[in-house]
Design a protein around this ligand. Structure first.
Ligand code: DC
Length: 225
């Protein structure tokens, strides 16, 4: 089967992008690149270095200097990959409530997005990669050979996110998760783009295995066409 060199997966928060991306990359023997990590790493650094989150020039400078490294897991603690900046392991730090609360603000600035676009492209150009994000198939890698856009209802997405957070030991109510997701959707909406040539997956009620199976079947059909 002729495999596409670059597969993109876009969609809103908690639509199942990272689960599908990781599984698909594993099945195909590709690199899995979750681009949200770069926005999270930048937000973490800004908070740590006390760069104000409305100081756009300061954020852009930080983004340009940032040497974020994403590699296969270096610790067996349930992580999908290890993220580090300046030699510091920030894999879990970028999932903290503080980063979670502020990342949508940082990622909404067009100048910040420009600064991080090249870093994403240079990893994508290496090929044999599954890239996950919001605007990957439309803006970052518009020439990718296979694009997926994931859709799920707000209730299903909130249920998934709530399950993830309580699974990590966080005491948080469903309503709070639902409201947070709603708030983030509004902030992310402008940059969550559905490519016109994407294969759409409605993931409500489907297991990760179902979805990977569906996508692999489509890839096979396209290779034979
Ligand atoms: O997918 P995530 O929750 O890790 O993304 C974190 C933030 O980064 C979220 O606000 C959306 C934003 N993001 C983006 O704007 N473009 C991307 N390609 C990836 C993430």
């Amino acid at each position: 089967m002729q495999k596409p060199a670059i597969i993109t997966i876009d969609g809103p928060a908690a639509s199942g992008k990272s689960t599908l991306g990781a599984l698909l990359a594993q099945r195909l023997g590709y690199t899995y690149f979750d681009t949200g990590v770069l926005y999270r790493a930048l937000t973490y650094l800004a908070l740590q270095k006390r760069v104000a989150l409305d100081d756009i020039d300061g954020l852009v400078r930080l983004a340009e200097q940032m040497q974020a490294n994403v590699e296969p897991p270096t610790v067996d603690d349930g992580r999908q990959y290890t993220v580090s900046v300046d030699g510091q392991d920030i894999t879990w730090a970028i999932r903290s409530p503080e980063v979670e609360r502020n990342v949508s603000v940082v990622s909404a600035y067009p100048a910040v997005r420009n600064a991080l676009r090249e870093q994403q492209r240079s990893i994508g150009r290496r090929g044999r990669v599954v890239m996950v994000g919001r605007d990957i198939g439309s803006v970052v890698m518009p020439n990718a050979d296979f694009k997926i856009y994931l859709i799920a209802s707000s209730e299903e997405r909130a249920r998934r996110r709530h399950g993830e957070l309580t699974g990590q030991g966080r005491a948080i109510g469903f309503e709070t998760v639902f409201d947070d997701l709603h708030r983030r959707d509004a902030l992310d909406a402008k940059n969550t783009l559905r490519p016109s040539d994407a294969y759409i997956v409605h993931s409500d009620g489907l297991s990760p295995a179902d979805i990977v199976g569906e996508v692999l079947a489509v890839l096979q059909q396209r290779a034979q066409a």
